[in-house]
Design a protein around this ligand. Structure first.
Ligand SMILES: [Zn+2]
Length: 140
């Protein structure tokens, strides 16, 4: 699965979220930008995003976020109850995350910001990316 920023596929329609953070006990001050990236396989319906967290322009961490239920991902992965399966539901730190700031701090910051509005935006980016990819595939 290859992930690329939504902006590279849907352009102007993509809105990246930036939040200024001051005096947090867990993270250094700075402007944190969340660049949501999506899988570019048009036939894959993984329903997740990989979010690159940038602090003052430097990539400090990577978060995986799956908005569907745990049951959805279990079925999608093939349905067995294997406990060793990665948890795709909810937010986790990606294995490739550079962790230049506290990963736990980053996850709690993400959770604090996560609301229905943001989830809706992420879902709409996902659909827009998949729709654009499907169109590209048909044109080939
Ligand atoms: Zn995928």
């Amino acid at each position: 699965m290859e992930f690329i920023p939504a902006g590279e596929i849907i352009g102007e329609a993509h809105r990246v979220r930036t939040v200024g953070l001051r005096k947090s006990p867990h993270l250094p001050d700075g402007d944190y930008t969340f660049v949501d990236m999506y899988c570019i396989d048009p036939d894959c319906d993984c329903r997740k995003t990989m979010i690159q967290v940038m602090r003052n322009g430097i990539h400090v961490g990577t978060i995986n976020f799956g908005w569907e239920s745990p049951e959805f991902y279990r079925k999608w992965m093939g349905g067995d109850e294997d406990e060793s399966m990665p948890d795709l539901h909810g937010a986790t730190i990606d294995i490739t995350s550079p962790n230049r700031v506290s990963p736990q701090g980053m996850l709690s910051f993400f959770h604090a910001l996560l609301d229905e509005k943001w989830i809706t935006l992420i879902k709409s980016h996902y659909s827009a990316v998949k729709a654009r990819l499907a169109k590209k595939t048909m044109q080939k």
